[in-house]
Write a protein that binds this ligand. Structure first.
Ligand code: AMP
Length: 377
């Protein structure tokens, strides 16, 4: 790099069910290009580069990248990594495993595979690395990842009926970053990724020991359109009354903040509306957050730092204030002025309090870092 004016960069690709997000980061972590292509396969793509499938979407991205940055590695966000504990260089075996895991993540792994295949065809000479949302949580002990179903049923299904968690890259980044802000080791950290999807993680000595999402990203906290924790008996009841085919829509798309408020999955709309239903949705979400932090504090044997991120965690001062107020007895005291912050890294508790922070999510930066680590570049 010293004799070459061209910077080296890592391209991070995040293929969603009908969209492709990308960022090109140089080795200083600076974002040199980014974009979003939506409605892939819908026939009438809109966005930075019109496209009708992943292959041409990726062609469009690669053709548009700045000429002064050489792509030396590509990172692919993959939601389900099964038992993988870390990011993996994409070999035929790893691709085969991601393909097998499509059965467990039918909405997420197939588009990621399409993106992987298309970009490996276009950039065969550089390392491609899969960074899994589940990997950070693969350190959970059995007592946290097992459901209390029969051993026979568990074995019959190859040990796959268990909790995996998600948002791992985001939780990993928060844990690493909050530790960087402290000179002494933080033993017990709770991280809250609160966006349209939401999850909490309990982190002991830098590794995840519990998280609120489970076999699928439906379990746990109240989310934009997902119910989070719910009695399986109620699911059976709903299935009988409304039919099994409607359960996915009821619990994943028509519940959560949107379902309860009858208005929107966006908290800004709920604050603005101020209806009793919107207020109740907010109350249920905050109450469950407080319960999870309490439970995870017990699981960790104490708490040294709490971190908020995601669209809600980074921007919504009211939710943060209510969560911290509910945890006052743990020694958390809000600094109201500091809490009046949006999308910036900041400590939001008083000097004498147990520390709580807003740390803006940086999944792409974390993926790029892991690509370099795995590929040795
Ligand atoms: P994410 O999935 O992380 O992009 O988060 C999206 C969600 O963050 C939205 O649905 C809103 O509920 C919330 N959000 C985004 N911006 C704000 C804001 N300025 N104030 C409150 N909530 C926000």
């Amino acid at each position: 790099m010293t004799s070459n004016p061209t910077a080296q960069g890592i391209l991070v690709l995040n293929s969603g069910s009908s969209s492709l997000k990308y960022q090109l980061l140089d080795f200083t972590g600076q974002v040199r290009a980014h974009g979003l292509i939506e409605r892939i396969e819908a026939g009438s793509a809109v966005g930075d580069h019109a496209s009708s499938d992943y292959a041409s979407a990726i062609d469009g991205v690669l053709d548009s990248l700045p000429a002064d940055v050489t792509v030396v590695g590509v990172g692919h966000r993959v939601v389900h990594g099964g038992f993988y504990k870390e990011a993996k260089l994409l070999t035929p075996e790893v691709i085969g495993e991601i393909e097998r895991l499509c059965a467990l993540a039918p909405l997420h792994n197939p588009p990621a595979l399409e993106g992987i295949r298309a970009s490996m065809r276009r950039r065969p000479g550089v390392p491609h690395v899969a960074v899994f949302d589940t990997a950070f949580h693969a350190t959970m002990p059995p007592r946290a990842y097992r459901y209390a179903i029969s051993e026979a049923l568990y074995q019959e299904n190859n040990g796959e009926l268990r909790r995996y968690g998600a948002h791992g890259t985001s939780h990993a980044y928060m844990a690493r970053r909050v530790q960087e802000l402290h000179a002494h080791p933080l033993k017990r950290i709770i991280t809250l990724h609160l966006g349209n999807g939401a999850s909490a993680a309990a982190i002991l000595d830098g590794v995840s020991v519990d998280t609120s999402m489970g076999f699928t990203p439906l379990e746990g906290l109240v989310m934009g359109t997902r119910s989070g924790d719910i009695d399986a008996g109620l699911v059976m009841w709903l299935s009988q009354k409304y039919g099994p085919d409607n359960i996915n829509a009821i619990l994943n798309k028509q519940s959560g903040l949107k379902g309860m408020s009858g208005l929107s999955n966006d908290l800004r709309d709920l604050h603005a509306a101020g209806t009793p239903e919107a207020q109740l949705a907010l109350d249920v979400m905050v109450y469950r957050l407080i319960k999870y932090v309490g439970a995870y504090t017990a699981a960790l044997g104490g708490l040294d730092a709490l971190v908020f991120t995601g669209g809600i965690g980074e921007n919504d001062a009211v939710v943060r204030a209510q969560v911290i107020a509910g945890l006052h007895f743990f020694g958390l005291v809000l600094d109201e002025e500091a809490n009046n912050v949006r999308g910036q890294e900041r400590r939001i508790t008083t000097a004498n309090s147990l520390p709580a922070y807003v740390i803006p999510a940086n999944e792409e930066g974390e993926i790029a870092r892991q690509v370099r680590e795995v590929a040795g570049i």
